[in-house]
Write a new protein. Structure first.
Length: 150
């Protein structure tokens, strides 16, 4: 599994093509499995993230439950608008700006992507096909590109 890195996404420029409708459908199909267990999903994600890079704990100042809810709200926003990239870009660009203020560095995006895909695959088993995995990788590449493009 290839996780988009900051440098590979940055080279792609400010434009990432919209996700194909089949990938949007895959995202939404798998999201239906995730949404009912949102808090558990977020707990798995953060446990994996901090296992991969314990230093990232210092970037989070919100209460864990609040941070988990923010993560899942952001993912819900992205999945529900995956077929409308022009609706997503402004929110993701603003989110990227806030993340710079929080101390997020370019190399953190690969670690977050790895933790997210591990959570969906190993932790929850929702990446049960190549199509599902490709949809989430493409979605993450879109998110990172929108967040880091200034």
């Amino acid at each position: 599994m290839t996780i988009p890195t900051f440098s590979s996404v940055a080279r792609a420029g400010a434009h990432v093509p919209p996700l194909p409708l089949a990938q949007v459908a895959e995202l939404r199909r798998s999201w239906q499995l995730i949404a009912p267990i949102a808090d558990e999903t977020a707990q798995l994600f953060y446990a994996r993230l901090f296992e991969l890079d314990p230093s990232l704990r210092t970037l989070f100042h919100a209460e864990p439950a609040v941070q988990r809810r923010k993560l899942m709200d952001a993912l819900t926003f992205v999945v529900t608008r995956a077929d409308r990239p022009n609706d997503l870009q402004p929110m993701l660009a603003a989110l990227g700006e806030r993340h710079v203020d929080y101390g997020v560095r370019a190399e953190h995006y690969a670690t977050v992507g790895e933790a997210l895909l591990w959570t969906l695959d190993q932790g929850l088993g929702v990446l049960d096909s190549t199509e599902a995995r490709d949809a989430w990788v493409s979605m993450y590449a879109f998110v990172v590109t929108a967040m880091v493009t200034r």
